[in-house]
Design a protein around this ligand. Structure first.
Ligand SMILES: NC(=O)C1=CN([C@@H]2O[C@H](COP(=O)(O)OP(=O)(O)OC[C@H]3O[C@@H](n4cnc5c(N)ncnc54)[C@H](O)[C@@H]3O)[C@@H](O)[C@H]2O)C=CC1
Ligand SMILES: O=C(O)[C@H]1O[C@H](OP(=O)(O)OP(=O)(O)OC[C@H]2O[C@@H](n3ccc(=O)[nH]c3=O)[C@H](O)[C@@H]2O)[C@H](O)[C@@H](O)[C@@H]1O
Length: 430
């Protein structure tokens, strides 16, 4: 089967390469000519472990190719996956410009029956609206089906997640179209859950919002633990031993970031408001996340005796380890808050780069941890890269001016750090 993937971001490239690995003939399309040129040369425009090798492998096997040529790509492929971005609009709703644009192009250029599969995260009823958008741009009423197939991969482990999904959701009103999409995944062992398009859309939002809720729940609890001098990690570790609760997504920290939890929770809330239904838990989930880094920054400010004119190292700026993605990263909000407090910032990340607009004489990024820590009064850890967990903290101490470590991800062993002579403070009395 010939598969076209529209949108060569984190999801599109991963999906394309996984389908190539499963033996399908894949074309990747994007409107960004630079991205397409780089992909054709075997270069990724973002960091994601394992994808670089798979890209080189499947360029060589000719199982995948890349293009900007819409008309030809649409005509040559019978199954089209949409993996374009659906970012937050100003009012919190999902911006569907890219989805609409792609629908219009498909309608314009299609020449026979197509299955259009929406992998992007889209609000409830978008799959139904897609049908209208495609029909509106058709010159001839070629038949087609729209199928919802939301994606659940995580950045940093995108390849593993796509090859080992917990479940595959297929939302379609046409059983035959659903079966075609299911057949593409036949080599994977995951259960396939077939449902209607709008239920599939809801499953995606409900899953992300639930995971965000787990995090905000433990983050709010971490504030109480901090005050009561109870170690939140001990609490959540023991909570997680209960099978009904489970150990995942219970790590307290400076808040969830990324391109999805923040935007998807807001988009679901927007949908609820449109329906005049209150989602009070979700409102609080967002509110707790928006205030979590400030809550702990204020506590750390007191421990340090103020950030004013202090030199602070920020370690790990990506929203989580093993990605270069800075979208909604808590580190960015922390950097902005510390700048208004007149701190000088020295920043490090193993792969992510601060945007030029954030760099200045007072905010500088360095290539090594050693250089970053020179003459710093405090260190704030924002994402739990292995480089920091495994660092030689005994040696690094020599570079510092003062020895405060504020661990925003509870990634280091507090007792060991104290034994090394650091003043160690985590989240929730760690
Ligand atoms: N990043 C993630 O971990 C996950 C993302 N998702 C969802 O998947 C969708 C895509 O997310 P990402 O891959 O992170 O986005 P991204 O922003 O990394 O990539 C989107 C790509 O689409 C391209 N594009 C935009 N309009 C286009 C058009 N009309 N034709 C062709 N290409 C076009 C852009 O140039 C860009 O390369 C979003 O809806 C997101 O919510 C779902 C699960 C995981
Ligand atoms: O829709 C999406 O885009 C994706 O969003 C998340 O994946 P992702 O954002 O890549 O990464 P996660 O591992 O979920 O982490 C998100 C944020 O939550 C934070 N987090 C995670 C777990 C935890 O226990 N505590 C915590 O603070 C992370 O540090 C990170 O900032 C979901 O886990 C994926 O299933 C989903 O497909």
């Amino acid at each position: 089967m010939n598969i076209l993937i529209v949108g060569m971001g984190y999801v599109g490239v991963t999906t394309g390469l996984v389908f190539a690995e499963l033996g399908w003939n894949v074309t990747g399309l994007d409107t960004d000519t630079m991205k397409i040129q780089e992909l054709s040369e075997g270069k990724l425009s973002f960091y994601e472990p394992g994808l670089d090798l798979l890209l080189v492998k499947h360029l060589a096997s000719q199982q995948i190719r890349f293009t900007t040529s819409l008309a030809t790509a649409i005509r040559d492929n019978s199954v089209i996956f949409l993996c374009v971005g659906t970012p937050s609009d100003k009012d919190g709703s999902a911006d569907l410009q890219a989805i609409r644009g792609a629908a219009k192009s498909i309608g314009t250029y299609m020449n026979d029956y197509k299955i259009i599969t929406v992998k992007s995260t889209v609000p409830i009823e978008t799959n139904r609206k897609m049908v209208d958008w495609i029909k509106e741009s058709q010159n001839h009423p070629y038949p087609f089906d729209v199928v919802s197939n939301p994606e659940f991969l995580r950045e940093g482990s995108a390849l593993y997640d796509s090859l080992n999904p917990d479940r595959i959701i297929i939302g379609s009103d046409n059983e035959q179209a659903a079966n075609v999409i299911a057949s593409l995944y036949a080599k994977l062992t995951a259960p396939i859950f077939k449902t209607t398009p709008k239920t599939a859309e809801m499953i995606k939002y409900a899953s992300n919002a639930f995971l965000a809720a787990k995090i905000s729940y433990v983050n709010e609890l971490s504030r109480l633990c901090e005050t009561l001098e109870i170690n939140v990690s001990d609490v959540t570790t023991a909570m997680g031993m209960d099978h009904r609760i489970g150990p995942h997504f219970l790590r307290a920290g400076i808040g969830y970031g990324g391109s999805c939890f923040p935007k998807d929770s807001k988009a679901l809330l927007f949908t609820a408001k449109e329906q005049k239904i209150e989602l009070r838990i979700l409102e609080k989930v967002i509110d707790i996340n928006d205030t979590q880094s400030t809550h702990f920054l204020n506590i750390w400010e007191q421990k340090l005796g103020g950030f004013n004119h202090k030199t602070v190292a920020i370690l790990g700026i990506s929203f989580k380890p093993d990605t270069d993605d800075l979208r909604e990263a808590p580190s960015i909000s922390i950097i902005q808050q510390l700048r208004t407090k007149q701190a000088n910032l020295r920043v490090h990340d193993p792969v992510a780069k601060l945007p030029a607009a954030l760099l200045s004489k007072k905010v500088q990024q360095f290539d090594t941890i050693e250089m970053t820590l020179q003459q710093c009064d405090a260190i704030i850890l924002c994402s739990e890269w292995k480089d920091y967990i495994g660092a030689d903290w005994a040696k690094l101490r020599a570079s510092l001016n003062d020895f405060f470590i504020f661990d925003g991800r509870n990634m280091l062993n507090g007792k060991e750090m104290k034994d090394l002579g650091y003043y160690y403070f985590g989240i929730g009395n760690r």
